[in-house]
Design a protein around this ligand. Structure first.
Ligand SMILES: [Zn+2]
Length: 114
């Protein structure tokens, strides 16, 4: 399958870091633009998400999260935490999972307390 990484919401320096790790770690044929990195012949978006999350953790970029597109499972996006609610997404502060409403997120977040 094709996996797309939306990099249109992040500044240039973060985009470079993402491109760099993708170049190093992901062997599939790829195309990239200012807005999108497209990876061909990937098994799933989940694996790419984990690679990018690990890189953000290593680089201490905890302001950024990898979000799944709730409408398209082949697409993930790199987002800055503060920008997410403006985009209409609500992200769990514990695990980074995105939700389309604050109610859904609140219900999910309770799970972390038990
Ligand atoms: Zn969570």
């Amino acid at each position: 399958m094709v996996v797309k990484i939306d990099v249109s919401y992040i500044p240039n320096n973060i985009r470079c870091i993402i491109l760099d790790v993708v170049d190093r770690v992901v062997p599939s044929r790829k195309e990239s633009s200012d807005k999108m990195i497209t990876l061909y012949n990937e098994k799933n978006a989940e694996e790419i998400k984990h690679i990018l999350e690990e890189e953000l953790r290593l680089k201490n970029l905890s302001d950024y999260v990898i979000s799944e597109n709730t409408h398209d499972e082949s697409e993930i996006a790199v987002l800055k935490k503060g920008d997410i609610e403006q985009l209409g997404l609500y992200v769990c502060m514990h695990c980074g999972m995105p939700f389309e409403s604050e109610v859904q997120r609140t219900v999910h977040e309770r799970m972390h307390y038990f």
